[in-house]
Write a protein that binds this ligand. Structure first.
Ligand code: 9D3
Length: 259
């Protein structure tokens, strides 16, 4: 089943970042996913196509009005149901107040899409959208992290990219998605390519050895050391194998020796 996305946005042209480039473009050309864009301005009831107004209660900025957003979302849902294959549409509002996106969530959502769930992604601008619209039609709110961006479009594209690259056949090398950082619960190891010496820095000798067992162990150790240094909370959430425990002990001793 093809993954079906519909995005509601006043800046539909932004989505060319996904449809025009790289893995996501190739996957769309291969028919693995489809996208339809819905501009709420097309559903505005005024000649100047305004879809925002001043907030009740006062304060800075503007709020997106419920009616044109609801009309665009209904049109998106109708297209999904008619597209064939979609058995259920899920309306998601990308919002700073949402549940933070993570890899486990992305895996779950990709599985849902493969099983026939179409996503309708609502992208807000200005200060946000009228709460009554959220109560009426939004099923889930998702944030992409604890930082502020200018609107929901880039967040929607991050989410879509994370889902699309997991679709079977989306990545040239089938192994890439499984070996990804976070799939293993660890940060990735360093990577090197030609030349063998760059700016006086040589590639670690082990990577030139051809000894695949040693290389695998070196990479695992480098991943563990990086994760311990940069993201210790990831290690706290994850069990270690016997080999990983051994490597962590080595890392610990080497760090002590550096003091
Ligand atoms: C002063 C209150 N701000 C809310 C935290 C105002 C505000 C900031 C940014 C209102 C809307 C936005 C636009 N952001 C998004 O639409 C957004 C977002 C984000 O800013 N961070 C992380 N994830 C997301 S998903 C959508």
């Amino acid at each position: 089943m093809k993954a079906v996305f519909d995005c509601v946005s006043i800046f539909p042209e932004m989505f060319a970042a996904l449809t025009g480039f790289g893995v996501t473009r190739k996957a769309q050309e291969a028919g693995l996913w489809s996208l339809a864009l819905w501009n709420p301005r097309d559903y505005a009831d005024n000649a100047w196509r305004a879809v925002d107004d001043r907030p009740y209660g006062g304060g800075p900025g503007m709020v997106m009005q419920a009616a044109p957003l609801e009309a665009a979302i209904r049109a998106a849902k109708a297209r999904q149901q008619a597209s064939g294959g979609v058995t259920q549409s899920r309306v998601i509002y990308l919002s700073p107040q949402g549940v933070p996106l993570n890899h486990a969530k992305a895996v779950e959502m990709t599985a849902d899409m493969r099983a026939g769930v179409g996503l309708v992604l609502l992208c807000g601008r200005y200060e946000g959208v009228d709460e009554r619209l959220i109560e009426r039609v939004v099923e889930e709110e998702i944030s992409v992290g604890d930082f502020v961006v200018s609107g929901g479009e880039l967040a929607a594209m991050l989410l879509m990219d994370a889902l699309i690259r997991q679709l079977p056949g989306a990545l040239g090398d089938a192994a890439s998605a499984v070996e990804d950082s976070f799939v293993s619960g660890l940060l990735d190891c360093p990577h090197y390519t030609r030349p063998e010496v760059y700016a006086g820095q040589a590639v670690p000798e082990v990577l030139l050895s051809g000894d695949h067992a040693r290389i695998r162990r070196w990479r695992l150790k480098a991943s563990l050391a990086r994760t311990r240094k940069r993201r210790p909370e990831l290690l706290a959430q994850r069990a270690l194998s016997a080999e990983e425990t051994q490597l962590m002990a080595e890392i610990h001793h080497e760090q002590c020796g550096e003091q």
